[in-house]
Design a protein around this ligand. Structure first.
Ligand code: AHR
Length: 543
């Protein structure tokens, strides 16, 4: 049996090698910080900030899949968070919580990555299909050493997806499974009801093949996924790519499943190089369509920053660290561009978010943390970064959906609270599949000690109906910002998410402490003028 202590130690070892790199990376991030469009070398000022929207220039589509979620068998992310069982007093449909489903539907979640994470490389799909009474219990060795009942298996996962109207991103067990096991799982899920395994699926309650939109060929195979060298991983990846087939007839052509290879370990680019070189030299027998990248915002490893007990220093440090996402994307894109200048292989950030110290009195292996207004700002900054890389970044999955790390939803028995990050995702729904529109802004600087960040970060996009949308982040936690929009715009209408304190949170007892409020702005002296509160996200449609 794995104790909490040995688990925490395992995590510490797994992460410690990354600390030095992340510290170095933070410095590197500062060095490149001023290369982004929102940065300037000017001193801070309260003068209005001019924003020019180059609305005649349409950029790439902001793929809605960057708003994906990640749901691992970890802590109470699945059990209690999604699954309560059909016999529960908590209102549910076939065991799946009704309140959570209703909340997630409003986010228009494009895809959910499951069953892990590290968990995936020890997951055996047959444990989770067939009658509930026959499901075998295992030990969740990665996360707390607790029993894994397997009550939530593939059918329950796809039922959940159907209820929230989303698509599947499955992570295969490449670490402790076999190619044959993975191939049979896919035949079971996607095969025709006349095939042997498709017939078994039908007998278990689902006649029609499921759709698998993404297939992860391993997870962090350089660490929890098996500690593989890049060369060894590439050989494994080819086998899984070659022999694990999707038989769903509706998934041909444009709707084809994307196979996602494991990408870099932090700033170590050996996996990116090896996978992309192999892809360039591929033959007919195998292929991949995407490369995964993981990056968590934290203060080093193990994360020690508290979810709620923090001041402006921790606020500024975490925002500064999150900008390293841009550096990592650039570094990986540079390698990918060498092998794939046409950008056929997508980059998918299938784990990202704020990783903080575990809440007191919780199992450290459950990764339970609160989610504050600061974390909402971090989420918005990352979404803006992904959108600026829309030509290559065509998917992302925040870690994790419920009760784990930077969650959208916190549950406690029959009750739930939506976090500020949930509200960020809902406010950004107009950006799903909208066209990126370049902007020019001289935002000034927010500085704290040695940390210097662009004070206002702006994303503009045009939706399919022609509507022009802005997402504006006032990063400064102490001063409002005034933004004046060049051009003949007459109105801005939308919502603003701010709070009196950056460590404000929603709890079960007080679920609406942080929530978006309606926002509108009008021209002043001929120009549309937006007042942005401190540490706030403002999303508006302008006309
Ligand atoms: O999200 C928690 C864990 O972080 C995932 O299981 C793993 O892939 C990553 O290290």
């Amino acid at each position: 049996m794995i104790t909490k202590e040995s688990h925490a130690e395992k995590l510490r070892i797994r992460r410690s090698s990354r600390v030095t790199r992340w510290l170095a990376a933070g410095l590197a991030a500062m060095a490149v910080a001023w290369a982004t469009p929102t940065a300037t070398a000017q001193p801070t000022s309260d003068a209005p900030i001019m924003l020019t929207i180059q609305s005649d220039k349409a950029g790439p589509i902001i793929n809605r899949n960057i708003f994906g979620q990640f749901a691992e068998h970890l802590g109470t992310g699945i059990y209690d968070g999604v699954w309560v069982g059909p016999g529960s007093k908590i209102p549910n449909v076939r065991g799946i919580r009704k309140d959570v489903v209703a909340a997630l539907k409003a986010l228009r979640v494009p895809n959910v990555r499951w069953p892990g994470g590290c968990f995936a490389d020890e997951y055996h799909w047959r444990d989770g299909v067939g009658p509930q009474s026959k499901r075998v219990s295992r030990v969740n060795t990665n996360w707390g050493g607790v029993p894994e009942s397997n009550a939530f298996g593939a059918h329950e996962f796809f039922d959940f997806l159907e209820q929230i109207d989303s698509e599947a991103f499955l992570s295969l067990n490449v670490g402790s499974g076999t190619v044959r096991e993975a191939a049979e799982w896919m035949e079971y899920l996607t095969g025709d009801a006349d095939s042997t395994l498709g017939r078994e699926r039908a007998a278990n309650g689902h006649k029609h093949p499921y759709k698998v939109a993404y297939l992860g060929l391993g997870n962090e195979s350089w660490a929890c996924g098996g500690g593989m060298s890049a060369a060894f991983y590439v050989d494994q990846m080819k086998l899984y790519s070659r022999f694990v087939h999707n038989f769903n007839p509706s998934q041909s052509g444009e709707a084809a499943m994307l196979r996602v290879a494991v990408g870099p370990e932090g700033d170590d680019m050996r996996y990116t190089e090896a996978v992309m070189e192999a892809w360039k030299n591929r033959n007919w027998a195998w292929g991949i369509e995407a490369l995964s990248i993981h990056f968590y915002t934290n203060n080093g490893w193990p994360p020690s920053y508290h979810s709620t007990d923090f001041g402006e220093r921790e606020y500024a440090e975490l925002l500064n660290h999150t900008r390293h996402m841009d550096t990592m994307l650039r570094a990986n894109e540079a390698v990918m561009d060498r092998y794939d200048p046409e950008k056929k292989v997508a980059l998918i950030v299938d784990e990202w978010g704020v990783w903080l110290a575990p809440l007191p009195d919780t199992d450290p292996g459950f990764l339970a943390q609160q989610v504050s207004q600061r974390d909402a700002i971090v989420a918005a900054m990352n979404i803006n970064i992904f959108a600026r890389h829309a030509d290559r970044v065509r998917g992302a999955n925040i870690a994790q959906m419920i009760n784990v790390l930077q969650a959208m939803i916190l549950t406690d028995g029959p009750r739930m609270a939506l976090t500020p990050t949930y509200h960020v995702f809902r406010m950004y729904t107009p950006f799903q599949d909208a066209a990126f529109v370049p902007v020019a802004i001289d935002a000034g600087i927010y500085s704290y000690g040695d940390i210097k960040l662009p004070r206002v970060d702006v994303l503009a996009a045009r939706d399919k109906q022609g509507g022009l949308w802005l997402a504006l982040i006032n990063i400064d936690p102490t001063r409002p910002a005034t933004v004046r929009v060049a051009g003949n715009f007459q109105a801005a209408d939308g919502e603003v998410l701010n709070a009196e304190r950056v460590n404000a949170i929603n709890t079960i007892a007080e679920p609406n402490a942080v929530r978006p409020r309606p926002y509108s702005a009008k021209p002043r002296d001929g120009l549309l003028e937006l007042e942005l509160p401190p540490a706030a996200l403002t999303v508006v449609r302008i006309s």
